[in-house]
Design a protein around this ligand. Structure first.
Ligand code: 5GP
Length: 177
């Protein structure tokens, strides 16, 4: 079995569905009445499955775009030294932008990306994450739309990887030794 090394199922498919649907409602409520299309920006690769589910729960006209950033550290700890690997196709100047991330851990990556995006003068910038590890936070990041808080454990599945594996796991689990 491809998931035989998963020792604990942390979030089931049903819980994921409920969480994404709630987030979609919150986002829809927040942006209802804006006078232009919402621009939803996903940070690759981790957010690709969450993003696909989330946009289908947002009942508003919207566009999507993606950005790939890389955080260089000693391999296990986020250094916060963020480099753009693939930039957006869309100009965000004057746009209402929702930035979508798979998981916020220390918050260093997200805070750097938020700063870079704000320098491009969007009309508004809000952030949405599927998972959040509040215990690990070292950077000052305000998450506007948060799926679930989880403990300080390394999780995989639903887009999240370990060495590029396990992204296709339909639930979120903890990988054993
Ligand atoms: P931060 O800069 O907030 O410490 O790190 C955020 C990034 O680290 C996430 O976008 C994700 O790529 C990775 N990350 C943090 N925690 C986990 C985890 O539990 N599992 C996986 N697969 N990636 C994680």
């Amino acid at each position: 079995m491809f998931d035989s090394k998963i020792t604990k199922k942390l979030i089931s498919e049903e819980q994921i569905q409920q969480t994404v649907s709630r987030l979609g409602k919150e986002v829809t409520e927040h942006y209802t009445g804006i006078d232009q299309e919402l621009l939803v920006v996903g940070l690759l690769r981790g957010s690709f499955i969450f993003m696909a589910d989330l946009v289908r729960c947002i009942e508003l006209p919207l566009c999507v775009d993606f950005m790939t950033v890389s955080s260089y550290g000693d391999g296990t700890i986020s250094s916060g030294d963020v480099k753009i690997i693939m930039d957006l196709d869309t100009s965000i100047e004057g746009r209402d932008v929702l930035l979508v991330e798979d998981i916020v851990d220390t918050g260093k990556t997200f805070s750097k990306v938020i700063r870079m995006m704000n320098n491009r003068n969007p009309n508004s910038l809000k952030v949405c994450t599927f998972l959040n590890k509040p215990e690990c936070r070292t950077a000052d990041v305000t998450v506007d739309f948060c799926g679930m808080d989880i403990p300080n454990e390394f999780v995989v599945g639903y887009g999240l990887d370990f060495a590029q594996q396990y992204r296709n796991l339909p639930y979120v689990g903890v990988l054993g030794e």
